[in-house]
Design a protein. Structure first.
Lengths: 234, 243, 275
């Protein structure tokens, strides 16, 4: 049977050969996580900006709740979404269980609190610094949100990358709501779980290597972003 | 009080209070359209508070602040003591100010280039604004304010943290702006700067309007004890507000 | 600004959910990890899809969970291997009718050295009794699956009560067949597994089949359509098509024809259905 290094070599071979099973899984994983990221960003970033800009009754509660939700165990989110989307659940008529849409929903629920919290953390100091300036320029409402978002772009990019990382690394929620169906809802993490349980280590490891490469790429971009910070744009 | 035939600002009964203290009390103030008005006084006199009230950044606790038609806060621009530059390039900061003036792209380009060169920053257009030196940043902040083509330019101790060379450059830009018709209202605690720049002086002391005179009169014969003490370099304390 | 944001959001939602519109004709098959891990379904179902046009989405979980999912209406067809549970499912109205589909058998797998010496046992009960007597490690599914229920049913005949031994020589993994095999191999333990999963398992290390062939290790699979009367949205036509095909000559031949390493893993045994 294969030892670790044997499996590793075989896995590299699979990657370099562009094994179609692998390619399909990687493509689906990226599609799902990027879609979840986009939805979370559309909801989370403006929400975070609003929290950064306004003081209102209950704001502190929302901030604490959001920070707490960041630590949501993914498998719990999976369970909740499953119960909601199940045919015997409230949203059963939508027929979304065991589809990529259900996985996107679960991942979006997971990463939106992250984006809200990190957006607020990034934009609050900027908002405080710009308060008088923007007042003087009579910049308010959505225009003000846009100014903050653009000027906070590097911190926000970090938030997006953090959210993306969380989404791609997740397995508990997507396996429950997606069903790990071949060619339909099977992504990198769930395939690693499945192939490991089949004893097919080289395939599992190939996906593990790809996941690592993605994580490295994300970190490379992150460090380029912090270079930009030092160069005076953040 | 300094009466003017066509005041652009009439303030009456202006007061600004916080829970523990009365920070500003200006029963009557009129500012004319012509000449540079300098708001002078020692630190803690309430000069910044008055300027922010005039510009509409804060609301007074009581009293009114009446700008003439067309010269209210929407036609004004302000420069702060510490420059607040956007996390963008030098040029982008100017464009931010030009954006809402309803100009087309060519006009904006031309004006941006012009303002930058007048501030001596033409060569640094692409540089991140926040990497400029202190003096350069303040020049950019001033250029950005001027790019709004304001009727009134308010400045809050703009050169307090700058070296003499940068101070001179800022004052040159202000002189040019005044020549082009912009009304300047400037807060400073620097007597020399006030002498150089002022046409009329509003002297504040311990939160109260002490006196308001034409500049030559103020520097030769200040109307109040507090002003006299300030000009001669003495530290003066009074029992209550004002003198 | 608000308008652009709304347009962007709606476009995105449309992109995300559009593919779902087509999913109405799919058949959701709730099945077990053993049928999945053995590769049978991946090998057999594409022919059905080609013949009928229905895509089959296989959700592979333990038998207990598959039936529970079906009870929630989250499946159209159920394919599991726990006869009593299947019949109860139909009796309570969750399923339409249970049909024999195929069978294979269970085997006891263990470390090559066979520390408890079960290879020479004359009956399953004797083999298990030897494991217990030696205190040799045994990994159980522990998850309410068909395999688990079969395993639990075998201990009484050996005179062994496994409950007090849990955590000692009797280790319950609460996991699927493949994971349980991984754990058994790492722990040098014995384990009851269906033959199909064992043959297709990729990392046997030194473990091998040590005991097999007894009648009480027979492992029949049943297939059931989820009751459309209870869940109207169930793909009843698709379910009927799938079951007919699997029970019919094409499906049965495909099942028989699935081999791994030269060995046939499943044996079709559908009875002829009255037309």
């Amino acid at each position: 049977m294969e030892g670790f290094s044997q499996a590793f070599q075989t896995s590299l071979g699979l990657i370099l050969a562009g094994d179609p099973y692998l390619v399909g899984i990687v493509a689906l994983s990226l599609k799902i996580s990027l879609a979840a990221l986009a939805i979370s960003a559309l909801i989370g970033v403006p929400l975070g900006a609003l929290l950064a800009m306004h003081r209102f009754w209950g704001r502190q509660i929302i901030v604490i709740a959001t920070n707490a939700l960041m630590g949501l165990p993914p498998v719990v989110v999976g369970l909740v979404v499953y119960l909601a989307l199940s045919r015997s659940g409230p949203l059963g008529v939508l027929d979304l269980l065991y589809t990529p849409a259900a996985m996107i929903l679960a991942q979006a629920l997971l990463i939106t609190p992250i984006l809200v919290a990190l957006t607020r953390q990034t934009l609050e100091p900027i908002n405080d610094e710009y308060a008088d300036l923007l007042r003087s320029f009579a910049v308010a409402g959505m225009r003000r949100v846009w100014v903050l978002i653009w000027d906070g772009r590097f911190g926000l990019l970090t938030a997006l990358l953090a959210g993306f990382g969380r989404a791609t690394a997740e397995v508990g929620a997507v396996i429950i709501v997606g069903g790990n169906i071949n060619h339909v809802t099977r992504v990198m993490t769930t395939t690693i779980a499945l192939e490991t349980s089949r004893g097919n280590l080289s395939l599992a490891m190939a996906l593990g290597v790809i996941l690592l490469i993605i994580a490295l790429a994300v970190n490379a971009v992150l460090s380029m972003v912090s270079q930009a910070t030092r160069r005076g744009y953040a | 009080m300094l009466e003017d035939t066509a005041p652009i600002l009439k303030a009456r009964g202006l007061r600004y209070e916080v829970p523990d203290a009365l920070l500003l009390s200006v029963p009557d103030l009129q500012i004319g359209a012509a000449g540079t008005t300098v708001i002078l006084g020692p630190n803690g006199a309430g000069k910044s508070v008055l300027l922010r009230l005039l510009h509409g950044l804060v609301a007074p606790s009581s009293g009114i602040c009446d700008w003439a038609k067309g010269v209210g806060p929407e036609a004004q621009a302000m420069v702060f003591q510490k420059p607040v530059l956007l996390r963008r390039s030098v040029a982008a900061n100017i464009h931010f100010a030009l954006a809402r003036r309803g100009l087309d792209r060519a006009q904006r380009s031309e004006l941006a280039a012009q303002h930058l060169s007048e501030a001596g920053l033409g060569a640094r257009a692409r540089q991140p604004a926040r990497t400029l030196s202190g003096g350069q940043q303040q020049r950019l902040a001033l250029a950005r304010a001027l790019a709004r083509a304001p009727k009134v330019l308010l400045l809050d101790e703009p050169t307090a943290s700058l070296d003499p060379g940068s101070t001179m450059e800022i004052e040159k830009m202000l002189v040019r702006a005044k020549a082009q018709g912009t009304k300047i209202i400037m807060v400073t605690h620097d007597i020399g700067q006030a002498r150089r720049m002022a046409d009329d002086v509003v002297f504040l002391f311990q939160g109260v309007l002490s006196c308001h005179q034409h500049a030559p009169a103020f520097f030769d014969a200040p109307a109040t004890k507090a002003a006299r003490a300030f000009l001669s370099g003495e530290i003066y304390q009074s029992e209550g507000l004002g003198a | 600004m608000r308008r652009e944001w709304t347009i962007l959001s709606l476009t995105l939602l449309a992109i995300v959910f559009a593919p779902m519109v087509r999913a109405q004709d799919r058949i959701i098959l709730q099945s077990t990890t053993s049928t999945q891990n053995s590769g049978l379904l991946d090998a057999v179902l594409p022919a059905f899809t080609r013949a009928t046009g229905y895509p089959v989405h296989v959700v592979a979980v333990g038998t207990g969970q598959a039936l529970q999912n079906a009870r929630n209406g989250d499946g159209d067809v159920v394919l599991v291997h726990a006869r009593d549970l299947e019949e109860a499912f139909v009796a309570e109205g969750g399923g339409v009718e249970r049909f024999d589909l195929m069978f294979n058998d269970f085997v006891i797998v263990g470390p090559g050295s066979d520390p408890a010496g079960i290879a020479g046992a004359n009956s399953t009960a004797e083999a298990l009794a030897r494991i217990a007597a030696n205190g040799a490690r045994f990994t159980s599914r522990g998850d309410g699956s068909g395999t688990h229920r079969k395993e639990l049913s075998l201990w009484p005949a050996a005179g062994v009560d496994v409950a007090p031994a849990s955590g000692d020589w009797y280790r319950e993994t609460g996991a699927g067949m493949g994971t349980t095999l991984n754990i058994a191999i790492e722990m040098e333990a014995y384990v009851l597994t269906d033959r199909g999963t064992w043959i297709s398992f990729g990392r046997k290390n030194g473990h091998k089949v040590l005991f097999e062939g007894q009648k009480d290790l027979f492992n029949p699979y049943g297939i059931i359509a989820v009751n459309p009367a209870r869940f109207p949205h169930v793909n009843a036509k698709g379910a009927e098509a799938l079951i007919s095909w699997l029970l019919g000559p094409d499906g049965q031949a495909a099942i028989a024809g699935y081999t791994l390493g030269g060995e046939q893993l499943f044996f079709p045994n559908a009875k002829a259905r009255p037309e």
